[in-house]
Design a protein around this ligand. Structure first.
Ligand code: HEC
Length: 209
């Protein structure tokens, strides 16, 4: 007696095919969605100038808060003054010293660095030195806008940006205008609140370590 095909048998093949198609579609979907996640990640690459803009925002905020709410406020309320000899005098570090100490710590064991400069420097180490620095400083003073460029230093490639460093508090201009070195070297230069007093230079190393 020949056995009759079971009534379900005709449907078994299409079900397998459908299962295969579903599996293929699922695999394709997973592959495509993973690919697009990677693509999204690679779109999220920051350019050097965006990175230095973010770093500058942090530096500027820290400088503004320290100048306004620590140095200025403590001085106006006769609590404590800021002085170059802050360790001996039990005084606050100057904004420039605070800035340098944090910059030194941030660049420890790293080619990344930042610093401050001005053509009206009280400290000669803070004068613009290289041709790039001199030109960039002049452009920042003329335009009030940052200058950004690529540089090779000691055979290494850097993205360098110089941002305006403004007098964010009365304490900045009071101290600089009345400083004996300022009066002696730059008698005609009288800073006002809001003026560009110098520049903040950020060096981002671009070579892989
Ligand atoms: C109590 C005095 C004092 C105050 C307040 C002060 N500075 Fe200075 N600043 C100095 C001295 C002194 C130096 C040089 C010190 C050094 O580099 O060690 C200096 C350095 C600088 C420099 C680097 C160029 C230079 O003159 O050597 C800039 C730019 C600067 N200050 C801007 C500011 C700004 C902006 C503020 C306000 C947030 C400010 N300063 C507040 C005394 C002061």
């Amino acid at each position: 007696m020949t056995s009759l095909p079971s009534p379900n048998r005709q449907f078994k093949i299409p079900i397998r095919i459908i299962a295969l198609i579903v599996l293929a579609v699922l695999t394709w979907f997973i592959v495509v969605s993973c690919g697009s996640t990677n693509a999204k990640q690679s779109h999220f690459t920051l350019q050097p100038d965006e990175i230095s803009d973010y770093i500058f925002r942090i530096i500027k905020s820290e400088r503004t808060i320290y100048g306004k709410y620590v140095v200025q406020r403590m001085k106006s309320e006769n609590i404590v003054h800021a002085s170059e000899n802050w360790q001996q005098e039990r005084a606050l570090p100057l904004p420039a010293q605070m800035f340098r100490m944090t910059a030194e710590l941030a660049s420890e064991n790293s080619p990344f660095s930042y610093g401050s400069m001005s053509p009206w420097s009280l400290n000669e180490n803070n004068l613009p030195k290289t041709d790039f620095e001199k030109q960039a400083m002049q452009t920042v003073l003329d335009t009030g806008l940052p200058v950004k460029d690529y540089q090779i230093k000691d055979g290494k490639k850097y993205f360098t940006a110089l941002y305006p460093d403004k007098a964010v508090a009365a304490a900045c201009v009071d101290c600089h205008n009345n400083h004996p070195i300022h009066k002696q070297r730059y008698p005609d230069k009288v800073f006002q609140v809001g003026d560009v007093m110098g520049g903040i230079l950020i060096n981002l190393p671009l070579d892989q370590e």
